[in-house]
Design a protein around this ligand. Structure first.
Ligand code: IPM
Ligand code: MN
Length: 354
């Protein structure tokens, strides 16, 4: 297994180190040979090469069986709207060039953490759904985008082609088939032309999956229902920006953004990353929660290598660390463990020393 490792910015390197620790533990336990190679992405890549997604990084990712990714972003760019190159462009370039059209973000709750959720226990207990976010189209990439010559007008374009909607809705229906066979298409078809195309094409794809029950929700209504009845969802599929916003909202259900993994499924390779950002305030302090990254490693074993026992053992180890309350400060500020100690604990559990 050839794994490209892109730690990125902020807490990226610290959490990725834990991810690799878990890979090595799994490798030892199940006798897999794994090969890791690192490359630059984001602000640190700009500092060294001037490019947030250098060609060397692209080549490494293209030739890898999977990519493990930390985080991107640096405050020195956030406060400068005039910066010509931005770290986030590296992430967008990576998504586009590797053809990562589907971002899969599972939202589940952990029994031992239910009371960390700001939402009432009776609403969040048993929540288990997955958001499939379109990742290489829509307003993030549509042309034209820019500013008028006098600088007083700015514009973005949301563009979707039929084939982009077909492939993502089909993938989401495949997930639904492996789950409870329900899918919710989220759009704004009462206002947007792209959303009306999404509805039309989704309806066509639904015919290929007679067992899947498809329904449609306007995004504003979906934002409300996610909080009010989070248990009612199974698979949700939506366009790029709606998916970005709804998954941050959904992450609150579980109690900490630091817990959630994601997989970006692509044409050339797939990328596995926690959904949280680079958390620059915590950089180098060994306090960030590595669980989102470790669960992303579990997704890597499941989706990229089809190794279900390995993925299952990682999830079991994480679950155990949470019930034993061996957790970072975002979960237990009164008795916090460090990033690396949590990584060690989970790796030891995997190796049977826990
Ligand atoms: C995410 C992030 C990115 C996005 C940013 C960093 C460009 O928020 O992966 O959800 O908007 O897609
Ligand atoms: Mn986001």
């Amino acid at each position: 297994m050839k794994i490209a490792v892109l730690p990125g910015d902020g807490i990226g390197p610290e959490i990725i180190e834990q991810g690799i620790k878990i890979c090595r533990a799994i490798g030892e336990k199940f006798h897999h040979e794994m090969n890791f190679e690192e490359a630059l992405v984001g602000a640190c890549a700009i500092d060294v090469t001037g490019n947030p997604f250098p060609d060397d990084t692209f080549e490494l990712c293209k030739g890898a069986d999977a990519v493990l990714f930390g985080a991107i972003g640096d405050p020195k760019y956030d406060n400068d709207p005039k910066a010509k190159v931005r770290p986030e462009q590296g992430l967008l370039a990576m998504r586009k060039k590797l053809g990562l059209f589907a971002n899969v973000r599972p939202i589940t709750t952990f029994l031992s953490l239910i009371d960390k959720s700001p939402i009432r226990r009776d609403l969040v207990e048993g929540v288990d759904f997955v958001v499939v976010r379109e990742l290489t189209g829509g307003i993030y990439f549509g042309k034209p985008q820019g500013r008028s010559e006098d600088g007083n007008t700015a514009y973005d374009s949301s563009v979707y082609h039929r084939y982009e909607i077909e492939r993502i809705v089909r993938l989401a229906c495949d997930y639904a088939m492996q789950r409870n066979k329900r899918i919710t298409v989220v759009d704004k078809a009462n206002v947007l032309a792209t959303s009306r195309l999404w509805r039309e094409v989704s309806g066509d794809i639904a015919l290929e999956f007679p067992e899947v029950k498809m329904d449609f929700l306007f995004v504003d209504n979906a934002a409300m229902q996610l909080i009010q009845w989070p248990r009612k969802f199974d698979v949700m599929v939506t366009e790029n920006m709606f998916g970005d916003i709804l998954t941050d909202e959904a992450s609150v259900i579980t109690g900490s953004l630091g817990l959630l993994p994601s997989a970006s499924i692509g044409q050339l390779t797939s990328v596995f990353e926690p959904i949280h950002g680079s958390y620059p305030q915590a950089k180098g302090k060994n306090i960030a929660n590595p669980v989102g990254t470790i669960l992303s490693v579990a997704m890597m074993f499941e989706y990229a290598f089809k190794l279900m026992d390995e993925a299952g053992l990682i999830r079991e180890a994480v679950e155990k660390s949470l019930t034993e309350n061996f957790v970072t400060e975002d979960i237990d500020p009164a008795n916090p463990r460090s990033t690396s100690d949590v990584g060690d604990w989970i790796a030891d559990f995997i190796l049977g020393k826990g």
